[in-house]
Design a protein around this ligand. Structure first.
Ligand SMILES: [Fe+2]
Length: 188
């Protein structure tokens, strides 16, 4: 079925990811968001690999494309879409992609590792895209706070998430030797 193998890993191709998004999600605005996040994640990963990192580009692109695959249904169900996305993709046999989707909202592993992980790239790229526009972390978090934070507990949780995301940004941008504002989509 044209599934790419990476050391025994099953990774859906870009076309398969887009088909999955249409089948399980169907919302055009979410799909456009996912496509932009994937462009950023792929650009960042390509540049990081040029500087000695060892990111699997196919895995990064697939996870970025699929990170919000269960977002639309979560509006009704109220479920955690990183967890439901993880379960769906794991059940489809895409274990590694599923693991990355699970951490796209809140990173489970500490970003203090000396290398950059695929989880960190996808998590960070998602935070740099509001709808389908590249924005700063500040702008993205202001928007998310306005849309989702209803009480003090949610605001505190969002503060923790934002702090974590700035740590990822510092690591990625210092490795790329760029300012956060210079993050862009590059042709590879
Ligand atoms: Fe998401």
């Amino acid at each position: 079925m044209g599934k790419k193998q990476h050391g025994g890993m099953r990774v859906p191709s870009k076309g398969e990811c887009l088909d999955l998004l249409k089948r399980y999600n169907g919302m055009g605005n979410i799909i456009r968001h996912c496509i932009k996040v994937a462009e950023i994640a792929l650009s960042i990963s390509t540049e990081l690999n040029r500087r000695g990192e060892n990111l699997n580009l196919n895995v990064v692109e697939a996870a970025a494309l699929l990170h919000d695959i269960t977002k639309a249904e979560s509006f009704d169900s109220g479920e955690d879409h990183s967890l439901t996305g993880y379960r769906l993709l794991r059940n489809l046999g895409y274990k590694r992609v599923a693991e990355i989707v699970r951490e796209h909202v809140f990173l489970l592993k500490d970003p203090d590792l000396p290398w950059v992980t695929e989880e960190e790239v996808v998590n960070y790229s998602d935070k740099r895209v509001r709808h389908d526009q590249i924005v700063t972390l500040r702008e993205r978090f202001d928007d998310v706070r306005a849309r989702y934070c209803r009480d003090e507990g949610q605001r505190e949780w969002m503060d923790r998430l934002e702090t974590l995301c700035y740590r990822i940004e510092n690591k990625i941008c210092s490795k790329l030797d760029i300012e956060p504002e210079e993050v862009t989509v590059t042709q590879s």
